[in-house]
Design a protein around this ligand. Structure first.
Ligand code: MLC
Ligand code: AMP
Length: 467
């Protein structure tokens, strides 16, 4: 059984993270753990009793203080991507019924948000002495895309977060002596749950580089580095930056498949075979290779402590849907009982939608996704349907079909096939970037006279011309 979440947030940290003035560095701003907890305590005092709060999740220390403050007060947190356009932002705020939007520097259009904004000031201080909320209570509502429709809010409990972070600390031998470095967004599991709460719970120092560029990673001299495969691909393209990571203890990749050539280039340039781990918003991280174990290109390792996996394969086949149970699983999608029920088997295992195989030695290999309508681009999960709907909101677009085309750097890139009345590629890309988070924009648009359809009139993505 893991220790409660609050204990770790309010604790004193370890030798490295503990009382250093730069225990937490986000971009240009460094603060001690005490300063962070003071600012978070002030946030907690302001929002205590609110049913749900949203946080505009810029890569700043204010975001960290806002999230920690909400967790201290036991108020569920909804991170909002800072570049999400009005359509996506307002959906998240309305669907979650967030009472307040916590924000460092309010953005220009923030006044248009359908909730009251509350500024977060790192100079404020208050001691928080509230009791630990129940482990089953919700820590986060994380919005994530399905194949169709708008993103759904996944309910993540405090127990799930604590269990996952403890299992990962064990697998990666993560200790207070580590300095964790990454520059990932603070609105997803990878950057926020692992990349911020992990460091706070373990007591290690954290350096968030603002953006995950090779030069910024190389400049820090940390011991533990997190990246999505796109980040590692960019690191190996920059041999000087890659070599600077040789002094690290562990390089960790996740959120999308790490291509074997990138694994090998990393080993050659840094001397490290990277740890690869697998996870999902709904399950947190569930499978990983270990600091003290074998790391094999193309494999994500073995289930973390407390997690059980199985492969739902057809008779005689070895490859099938990966299904999971364990303490890190979510508590369903907010207000969507049917979608929640549909994500579990009759006997209560979570259906990941990923196709996998397990070797006789227990090593798991993720083969792909069951549905091509969930795209992974730069480690971001993007539903084809959400992008299609955004395109169809443009008055000149009559039909739209969106796919993820293989891409060396991004894993997949979003390609839109459209039937339109006179509109340019750039205009459509900007239109989607303006409505949704910028990373959901198509990188390419192909213009067609008609979408290929079957006899029933359903679009046939398999018959689309190559991107
Ligand atoms: C470009 N930009 C535009 C634009 N085109 N802005 C407005 N309109 C347009 N048409 C701007 C962007 O705002 C951004 O600005 C800049 O151009 C570059 O944006 P980009 O092209 O999207 O960046 P890119 O280089 O492609 O990003 C690569 C990346 C990013 C690796 C940095 O994909 C990334 O951060 N990925 C991490 C995703 C992640 O954390 N996933 C984890 C999910 S959890 P500016 O100012 O910002 O430079 C999960 C569970 C698990 O999966 O297992 O971990
Ligand atoms: P998200 O909900 O954004 O966390 O995305 C979860 C999805 O990312 C999973 O269902 C997988 O398809 C994919 N994913 C995460 N980690 C890996 C990995 N190491 N290898 C392959 N796919 C991964």
């Amino acid at each position: 059984m893991s220790a409660p979440l609050l204990t770790s947030l309010a604790g004193s940290g370890g030798a490295s993270g503990g009382d250093r003035p730069d225990a937490l560095t986000v971009g240009p701003r460094a603060c001690s753990r005490e300063e962070l907890l003071g600012a978070a305590g002030a946030v907690a005092a302001r929002i205590a009793g609110a049913p749900v709060v949203a946080v505009r999740a810029t890569p700043t220390a204010e975001t960290v203080a806002a999230v920690v403050g909400a967790l201290l007060a036991g108020v569920p947190v909804v991170p909002v991507p800072p570049d999400s356009g009005p359509a996506e932002r307002d959906h998240i705020l309305r669907d979650s019924k967030a009472a307040l939007l916590l924000t460092g520097e309010p953005s220009e259009d923030e006044h248009a948000a359908p909730v009251e904004t509350v500024p977060v000031d790192l100079a404020e201080r208050a001691a928080w002495s509230g009791a630990e909320p129940a482990p089953e209570s919700t820590a986060f509502i994380l919005y994530t895309s399905g194949t169709t429709g708008a993103p759904k809010g996944a309910l993540i409990s405090r127990r799930a977060v604590a269990a996952d972070l403890d299992a990962l600390a064990g697998a990666w031998a993560w200790t207070p002596e580590d300095t964790l470095v990454h520059g990932l967004p603070l609105f997803h599991v990878h950057g926020l749950v692992l990349g911020v709460l992990g460091a706070l719970r373990v007591g290690s120092r954290l350096v968030h580089t603002g953006r995950p560029t090779p030069a910024a990673y190389a400049a820090v001299g940390g011991s533990l580095y997190f990246g999505v495969p796109t980040v590692w691909h960019r690191v190996v393209q920059d041999p000087a930056a890659a070599r600077a990571l040789s002094a690290a203890r562990l390089l960790v990749s996740g959120s999308a498949p790490l291509p074997a050539p990138v694994f090998r280039d990393l080993e050659q340039l840094t001397g490290h075979r990277p740890v690869e781990r697998y996870g999902m918003t709904e399950t947190l991280i569930t499978i990983s290779t270990r600091a003290d174990g074998e790391r094999r290109p193309g494999y994500v390792g073995t289930p973390l402590s407390g997690i059980r996996t199985r492969i739902a394969a057809e008779e005689g086949a070895e490859i099938g849907e990966l299904q999971l149970t364990g303490p890190t699983l979510f508590d369903g999608y907010l207000n969507r009982p049917e979608a929640t029920a549909g994500s579990y088997t009759e006997d209560g295992w979570f259906r990941t939608g990923d196709i996998a195989a397990v070797e006789p030695d227990g090593f798991h290999r993720i083969v792909g996704r069951a549905s091509t309508d969930l795209i992974k681009s730069g480690g971001y999960r993007i539903g084809a349907g959400e992008v299609e709907n955004a395109l169809l909101d443009h008055p000149a677009v009559r039909e739209a079909a969106v796919v993820g085309a293989p891409h060396e750097d991004l894993g997949q890139q979003i390609v839109a096939y459209v039937v339109v009345d006179g509109v340019s590629e750039a205009e459509l890309i900007d239109f989607v970037a303006g409505q949704l988070s910028v990373h959901k924009r198509p990188r390419k648009v192909r213009f067609l006279d008609a979408l290929p359809r079957n006899a029933m009139g359903k679009p046939q993505k398999k018959l689309l011309p190559p991107a």
